[in-house]
Ligand binder design. Structure first.
Ligand code: CDP
Ligand code: MG
Length: 678
């Protein structure tokens, strides 16, 4: 075994946090890890899976003399960096030393690193460039219950990596899956290859929770008021403890907050919100001690991602919002669904952590019989173009026979292959083209990558602008708009200053960028203009990395300010990347050119919102989505001159018969197709 001078050994590190269940049970877990090459650890949020398994896995690797690092994946960047800080502390090592992290565009590991925390996106990337994944001996997929596209894909690919290793006589990678208290059998079967004993569930501290139901079903509009009434009841009953309310989204959280303010005597309570649009600082407020009784109104984020102590009462709407992609229209819909049984049980459990608790369900007991046992995983309800491209990159020909933990729909696979072919990423045989390879290198959504590749043709003359736009479109909405109507009106006027061009929201983004750069990347400038500074910071990072990837390929950009933006060039390039999002104005409103079923409305936030269009006019939109009420909106829009897309439109319609035989053949010259089009 290796000796660690001065620095702590894994055992010393774990002994320090002995009060955490996983550290406390390290003897038993160590034994299980020795016995089962692939292993599932189930445990309550906060039981120490993420922070304590790493040291145990380093020990295991040394003991078994396995070659390679230990890797632990995380679903989010922020979790990755913060947990690597925490474990470095525990191990008395520097970040980037024995313990490192690797997130998109930021690799903080070294040759000394034993344990790398990385996002699942980074693991995917590593497998794409090293099909044997020789860097690692053990991989732990953490927070596997989230079932994101990347988690499902990484698990399937790891099995493939092990098959390749077996063929070459290399030790397989040990695969560890860790998850909150759901999906135990599914994971254990999947990675166990018949080993039925390869999972352990750590019991968190659980007190009994008494559950109450509604007698009648509520309408969606009734939930905020019903929650407020429940709070009043709890307060009047004299029962102690903080209250956690689960609502499906920000809108319902705002409404609930308002109902509480109207209905409840708030002198002794503090209302706090928790959802993903808040900054990390704002989210942290829920953890701060308070003189008053806390009422936390939250989305699903409090279900498994964070632990809040002191909760005695949970009020659960039993609803959740999720994105549902429709492969027939190519449009995402945000749908409000009844949450799965596993989800509502998890929510209930939040009440019994420190003392016996109460769970007030705002739905009927009868509704349990029609709820799914588990939530539908992302792979069965998402646009798969990025997944399929990743699979093609590692040479998987037959997507449908790939061993996913749960199979995606045939229709979604077809849609993705179709889109990737239109974008030139796949050829007529379904093989990855040079454009496709380049897209993978850019590590950004296929349509955005396609724009950049198109713009990297020297004659396009707009690469700088397109890289800026791609970095904006990659992130969340940069505009902050308060929910208070009076304030919103003032803020709209502030934002209007960026909307100088009435035909393109993309030029608005470029104005925002210019302002931000001129302010010296100033946080206060961003705040004064009601722009989300986190989104701006991320855009800077994404843009820099795009430029890095381009410069490695010998493509440099001229980022000097141009006297006049090249609107024509930008429009042409955007249309190539967003070929799937071109809309035509028909007698009955805007429709997608390849799917004329549903009418699409220009969102009021777009500069095109107030334009009178003629029939036959074309626009494109970077963000088309259907709301929970079935209305389809287009935001981030631009008016398209017919001459920009003349060659594109017939081509996209012709696509299925003729394919891009000549245009997208694997060739040394990736630009051949774009030149031909002009
Ligand atoms: O992964 P899991 O939810 O099982 O737990 P964890 O993230 O490993 O956290 C175990 C314990 O360490 C919890 O009680 C956390 O509150 C604590 N922790 C901490 O104090 N600081 C961190 N940066 C991470 C965890
Ligand atoms: Mg964790």
């Amino acid at each position: 075994m290796e000796t660690y001078s001065r620095k702590r050994t894994p055992e010393m590190a774990l002994a320090l946090v002995d009060y955490i269940p996983v550290a406390n049970l390290r003897g038993e877990i160590r034994q299980e890890l020795r016995e089962h090459p692939n292993f599932v650890l189930i445990g309550e949020t906060g039981s120490g899976k993420t922070t304590c398994l790493g040291p145990l896995l380093i020990e295991l690797r040394d003991e078994l003399k396995l070659k390679g690092k230990v890797g632990i994946t995380q679903p989010r960047r922020i979790a990755t960096t913060s947990v690597s800080d925490r474990v470095s502390d525990m191990m008395d090592s520097d970040v980037g030393g024995r313990i490192g992290y690797h997130v998109r565009y930021d690799d903080n590991t070294s040759s000394e690193t034993d344990l790398t925390f990385m996002t699942d996106g980074i693991l995917l990337k590593k497998i794409q460039y090293d099909p044997l994944l020789e860097e690692f001996a053990i991989i732990m997929i953490d927070e596997a219950h989230e079932r994101s596209l990347n988690i499902d894909l990484c698990l399937g690919l790891l099995k493939l990596v092990n098959e390749s290793r077996a063929r070459l006589g290399i030790n397989p990678i040990r695969i560890i899956v860790s998850s909150a208290t759901i999906d135990r059998n599914l994971f254990a079967d999947y990675i166990g290859y018949g080993d039925k004993t390869n999972s352990v569930e750590i019991q968190g501290q659980m007190f009994p929770v008494k559950v109450f139901y509604e007698k009648e079903e509520l309408q969606i509009s009734d939930y905020p008021m019903a929650a407020a009434k429940k709070i009043e009841q709890i307060l009047n009953s004299g029962s102690q403890g903080d209250i956690l309310i689960f609502m499906p989204g920000k809108k319902e959280i705002d409404q609930t907050t308002e109902s509480i303010l109207n209905e409840v005597d708030c002198s002794d309570i503090e209302i706090l919100q928790l959802h993903s649009e808040l900054s990390p600082e704002e989210q942290n407020k829920i953890f701060l001690p308070s003189q008053k009784r806390k009422i936390i109104v939250s989305t699903n984020i409090a279900e498994t991602s964070v632990t809040i102590d002191g909760i005695i009462h949970v009020i659960d709407s039993g609803l959740v919002k999720q994105i549902q992609f429709d492969p027939r229209t190519g449009i995402d819909q945000l749908v409000l669904v009844e949450h799965a049984i596993s989800g509502i049980s998890q929510r209930m459990g939040r009440a019994g952590r420190t003392a016996p608790g109460f769970c007030h369900r705002l739905f009927t007991e009868k509704s349990l019989s029609r709820r799914q046992e588990f939530q539908t995983p992302e792979i069965q309800r998402s646009n798969l173009s990025q997944v399929i491209l990743a699979m093609k990159k590692v040479g998987i020909e037959d997507i449908e026979s790939f061993d996913f933990i749960q199979q995606p729909d045939r229709e979604s696979i077809d849609h993705a292959i179709d889109l990737l072919t239109k974008l030139g990423a796949l050829d007529e045989h379904g093989d990855i083209t040079e454009i496709g390879e380049f897209m993978v290198e850019l590590s950004i959504e296929p349509k955005l990558a396609r724009m950049i590749i198109e713009a990297s043709d020297p004659s396009s003359n707009c690469l700088n602008e397109i890289c800026i736009l791609a970095s904006f479109l990659d992130g969340k909405n940069v505009f902050v708009r308060p929910s208070d109507p009076f304030l919103a009106n003032i803020v709209d006027n502030i934002h209007a200053r960026f909307k100088t061009n009435k035909e393109s929201d993309f030029l608005t983004y470029l104005n925002v960028w210019q302002g931000y750069v001129q302010s010296g990347y100033s946080e206060s400038w961003a705040q004064a203009n009601y722009l989300n500074e986190k989104v701006l910071e991320e855009a800077v990072r994404v843009r820099e990395e795009l430029l890095n990837v381009l410069s490695l390929k010998g493509i440099s950009i001229d980022s000097r300010a141009r006297p006049k933006m090249n609107v024509d060039a930008i429009g042409r390039v955007l249309a190539v990347g967003m070929i799937d999002s071109i809309l035509r104005n028909t007698k009955s409103g805007f429709k997608k050119i390849d799917n004329t079923k549903s009418e699409i409305f220009i969102h009021p936030s777009s500069v095109l919102g107030r334009v009178n269009f003629r029939e036959g006019d074309y626009i494109l939109s970077a963000d088309i989505f259907m709301d929970a009420y079935g209305k389809t909106h287009a935001s981030s829009c631009m008016y398209l001159k017919q001459e920009w897309i003349r060659d594109l439109i017939p081509q996209s319609n012709r696509y299925s018969e003729k394919s891009h035989k000549h245009a997208h053949k694997k060739s040394r010259n990736i630009y051949r197709n774009s030149r031909k089009r002009r």
